[in-house]
Design a protein around this ligand. Structure first.
Ligand SMILES: Nc1ncnc2c1ncn2[C@@H]1O[C@H](COP(=O)(O)OP(=O)(O)O)[C@@H](O)[C@H]1O
Ligand SMILES: [Mg+2]
Length: 335
């Protein structure tokens, strides 16, 4: 089988802010046509990584290529190759949806006839045709995000960059947005790199993900591959005596790994239905107060927990962090 082109290549990429290392020598590749996700908690270094790839931030050391262009030396070429949707909307509220798209098309020098055609096609793709003459200030959060995605595709970029695409959207809108992203990946063949701290988002959207924490990529692969690495089943026990239970389980034969975290103990076993009664017995015998026992197949949350010893949710996001890097954007030149 012919090997696909690598649309993004990242080699030993480092970003320091003063003494602080935000991105600590990461490596990954994204193939043409893939939807690739950087999954990690707030502060992991996702936005910083994406910003370096988008030429919005200077890299400290290492190398990165987008569409074969070096992000350090071929900034214009990189920028023409990508469409970006970062966290805070950059739409003009006082313009209509159509005018916002038209303005962006002009900026990129898309000729009138082509511009009109593309705008119509993209508005259809994100189901906003009927809203095209509405002022953007009357749009919901979900509609704005869809319009931004449409806008980012107007100059036919090879790669779409999405930074936390569904942050702050309600679950229903989130699901819908996933469909749009999958659809345009399929229909337009655009390669997508996105960041998220939502497990379900990475699971539902991405062909491949890299789990990132404290500036390091912990592990990468398809969601299924990552789950298979954990293998077997997971039993989660909700208990206030987590420390005690963890100790007890460590002596249990056939319990492959055990992790104690915020009010639960997660136990990895080969076959949960065979092991569960023994675990219940151990809990009772040791007089441990447990409120529930749940058996399930490993999720990406279990993968994250396995490799980092904590859950992604333990580090929920603070929106302030997200705002900082932005705005500097396109025209500013990144430092
Ligand atoms: N301009 C900056 N100056 C100093 N520290 C920064 C700056 N931007 C980000 N950081 C820090 O770098 C780390 C990674 O940030 P970021 O890439 O935004 O994480 P994520 O997008 O994964 O939430 C965080 O600890 C953040 O506080
Ligand atoms: Mg971020």
């Amino acid at each position: 089988m012919e090997k696909k082109k690598e649309m993004i290549k990242v080699k030993n990429l480092v970003k320091k802010f003063g003494d602080f290392t935000a991105v600590n020598g990461i490596n990954f590749e994204v193939e043409e046509g893939e939807i690739f996700g950087l999954l990690g908690p707030n502060g992991a270094g996702k936005t910083t990584t994406l910003s370096m790839l988008a030429t919005l931030l200077e890299i400290t050391t290492g190398e990165a290529y987008v569409n074969d262009f070096d992000v350090a030396t071929k900034r214009d070429e990189v920028r023409k190759s990508i469409g970006i949707v970062f966290q805070d909307p950059t739409l003009d509220d006082e313009l209509t949806a159509y005018e916002n798209l038209d303005f962006h098309g002009r900026l990129y020098g898309v000729p009138l006839a082509e511009r009109e055609k593309k705008i119509a096609e993209l508005l259809k793709l994100v189901e906003l045709e009927s809203k095209k003459n509405l002022l953007v200030k009357n749009f919901s959060g979900g509609m704005k995000r869809r319009l931004e995605i449409a806008r980012s595709l107007l100059h036919e970029p090879k790669v779409l960059f999405l930074d936390e695409p569904t942050l702050g959207l309600d679950p229903q809108t989130r699901n819908k947005l996933w469909e749009y992203i999958k659809n345009l990946n399929k229909k337009k063949g655009v390669t997508v790199i996105l960041t998220t701290h939502y497990m379900e988002e990475a699971d539902s959207l991405c062909n491949r993900i890299a789990i990132i924490d404290h500036g390091n990529i912990i592990i990468s692969g398809s969601p299924d591959d990552l789950r298979d690495q954990i293998g077997g089943d997971v039993i989660t026990v909700e208990t206030e005596d987590g420390v005690k239970l963890e100790k007890v389980i460590k002596g249990c034969k056939g319990c492959k790994s055990v992790k104690h975290h915020d009010g639960s103990v997660t136990i990895n076993v080969d076959n949960a239905s065979k092991k569960i009664s023994e675990i219940v017995e151990l809990v009772n015998h040791n007089k441990i107060k447990a409120t529930s026992f749940v058996m399930h197949k490993p999720s990406l949350e279990d993968v994250f927990l396995h490799y980092t010893g904590k859950t992604i949710r333990e580090e929920e996001s603070s929106p302030i962090e997200h705002m900082r890097l932005r705005r500097r954007m396109w025209h500013g030149g990144g430092k």
